[in-house]
Design a binder for this molecule. Structure first.
Ligand code: BGC
Length: 421
C-alpha cells in the first residue's frame, strides 16, 4: 500500500500510560490488594512488588525521555494519599511531587489520573462505588491532592474508565451485581477488614449500573474541585471504548449499549477539556448479545480480537457526540510477539492520522503500557509493555517496539497509507 509521511500537530503528546497499582508495588492499603490476598478470588496471583516504580520512577521517566517520548500518564493512589478517612499523608503527597518534578526535569508532560480502579479499603468497606457518598469523598481527596500537586500537573484525568463496569455488564462479561451473599471470597474479603459484606463494593465488584452513576457524580464533583485548585491544567475523564459493531439484527441492542455505557458519558463530558479514549478492540453485537471472535481470527493474550482499526472508530464517535478534544489515553496490545505490537500500533496510528486529516482535534497518543505489569485478575501473564521487567531483579529491558515508537514520537511523524477513504 502506498504511504506518505504524516506529521502530527505541534505539541502532540506522545506518551505511555501506567496505573499506580499495576506498577508501584505493595499497595497494601487498597481494596484490590485485599482481594488479591483472599482465597478463592478471581486473582491468579497477587501484585506484590509489581515493577517497584514507587522506587524506580526516576529511572523509568528518564528512560521514557531517552526513547523520545514527551509525556507520561500515571496515576496517584488514593489508598496511599488518604489511608484513613480524612487523614492525608504529607509524605505520600511529597513523593508524588518528586515524581512530577522528575517528569519536568526530563521534559516530560505529566498526565495524572486520580483514580485507576483501586480505592482505599475503608472506602470499599463503607458502601464503595455502590454508594453516592463516595463521589463526595473522592472529590475531597482530589481537592487535597491538587492543592499539594496542582502547580506541577500537566493534564489531569479524574477517573480511569469510569464506564468499564457498565460496559462489561452490558457485554455479558460481568453480572449486573457481584453479590457477597453468592460469592464467599467477596464476603470473606469484607470480613477481613471488619466491613459488612453487604456494604463492601470495590470498583467492578459492585452493582455496575449504580457504580456508573456514582462515577458520573464523582467525575462532576472532582472536575469542579480540580478546576478551582492550584494550577491551571486541562481536566477530563477516560472511558473504556470498544468499537461496538452490530451484526445484522444486533442494531437495536448495540444502540442500547452505546446509549448506556458510552453516550451518557460523552454527554456528561460536554464541558470538559477533553475525553480520554481507551480502545483495544471491537465487539460484535448480535440480537442475543456479544459474539466471540470468529474461529481462526487473530486474538491477543487477552483473548479478544486483534483489531487496531477500532481506535479510529471510537475517536470519531466520541468526538462527534462530546464535541471536545480527544486524547488517546490508552491504546495497546497484550502480546508476546513484539512484531505484532508494532503492527497493531502502526495501524492504530494510521487511524489517528485519518481523524486528524478530517479535522478532528486529537491531542495525544499514549501507549498502554510502558512496562510489562500487573494485569489485574490475569496477573503478570499478559505482556503489554514496550519494556520487559525481570520479576526478580526489576531489571528493565527494552523491546524493539520501544525504540520504534520512541522514534515516531521524537520525529512527531510517521508513514501512513495515502488513501484513507
Ligand atoms: C485499563 C488498564 C489495563 C489495560 C489492559 C485498561 O482497561 O485501564 O488498567 O491494564 O486496559 O487490559
Amino acid at each position: 500500500m502506498p504511504t506518505e509521511r504524516f506529521t502530527f500537530p505541534a505539541n502532540f503528546l506522545w506518551g505511555t500510560a501506567t496505573a499506580a497499582h499495576q506498577v508501584e508495588g505493595n499497595n497494601v492499603n487498597s481494596d484490590y490488594w485485599l482481594l488479591e490476598h483472599t482465597a478463592g478470588s478471581p486473582y491468579v496471583e497477587p501484585s506484590g512488588d509489581a515493577c517497584d516504580q514507587y522506587h524506580y520512577y526516576a529511572d523509568d521517566i528518564a528512560m521514557l525521555a531517552r526513547l523520545g517520548f514527551n509525556s507520561y500518564r500515571f496515576s496517584i493512589e488514593w489508598a496511599r494519599v488518604e489511608p484513613e478517612p480524612g487523614h492525608f499523608s504529607r509524605a505520600v503527597l511529597d513523593h508524588y511531587r518528586r515524581v512530577l518534578a522528575c517528569c519536568h526535569e526530563n521534559k516530560i508532560t505529566p498526565v495524572v489520573t486520580f483514580h485507576h480502579f483501586t480505592s482505599p479499603r475503608w472506602v470499599a468497606g463503607d458502601g464503595g462505588w455502590n454508594d453516592k457518598k463516595t463521589a463526595a469523598l473522592f472529590a475531597r481527596y482530589c481537592e487535597r491532592a491538587a492543592a499539594h500537586l496542582g502547580d506541577l500537573i500537566g493534564v489531569a484525568c479524574t477517573i480511569n474508565e469510569a464506564n468499564l463496569g457498565a460496559y462489561l455488564y452490558l457485554l455479558g462479561v460481568l453480572p449486573p451485581r457481584l453479590d457477597p451473599a453468592q460469592l464467599p471470597w467477596l464476603a470473606d474479603a469484607a470480613r477481613r477488614i471488619g466491613a459488612d459484606p453487604n456494604r463492601f463494593a470495590p470498583y467492578l465488584m459492585c452493582d455496575q449500573m449504580k457504580a456508573r452513576d456514582t462515577m458520573l457524580e464523582a467525575h462532576r464533583l472532582s472536575f469542579a474541585a480540580l478546576k478551582s485548585s492550584r494550577g491551571n491544567f486541562p481536566v477530563g475523564i477516560t472511558l473504556a471504548l470498544g468499537d461496538l459493531q452490530a451484526v445484522p439484527g444486533g442494531e437495536e441492542r448495540r444502540d442500547r449499549m452505546k446509549a448506556e455505557c458510552q453516550d451518557i458519558f460523552y454527554e456528561a463530558a460536554r464541558d470538559d477539556d477533553f475525553i480520554g479514549v481507551q480502545t483495544y478492540t471491537r465487539d460484535r453485537i448480535s440480537a442475543d448479545g456479544a459474539l466471540r471472535p470468529e474461529p481462526g481470527v487473530e486474538t491477543t493474550m487477552m483473548h479478544y480480537e486483534f483489531w487496531p482499526e477500532a481506535l479510529e472508530a471510537t475517536i470519531r464517535q466520541a468526538s462527534a457526540v462530546a464535541k471536545v478534544p480527544i486524547i488517546v489515553t490508552e491504546s495497546g496490545i497484550g502480546t508476546d510477539k513484539d512484531d505484532r505490537r508494532i503492527e497493531y500500533v502502526r495501524r492504530a496510528l494510521a487511524g489517528v492520522a485519518n481523524c486528524l486529516r478530517d479535522g478532528i482535534d486529537v491531542r495525544g497518543y499514549f501507549y498502554w503500557s510502558l512496562l510489562d505489569n500487573f494485569e489485574w485478575n490475569s496477573g503478570y501473564r499478559p505482556t503489554f509493555g514496550l519494556v520487559a521487567v525481570d520479576r526478580e531483579t526489576q531489571n528493565r529491558s527494552m523491546k524493539p517496539s520501544a525504540k520504534w515508537l520512541g522514534d515516531i514520537a521524537r520525529a512527531n511523524a510517521t508513514a501512513v497509507p495515502i488513501d484513507h477513504t
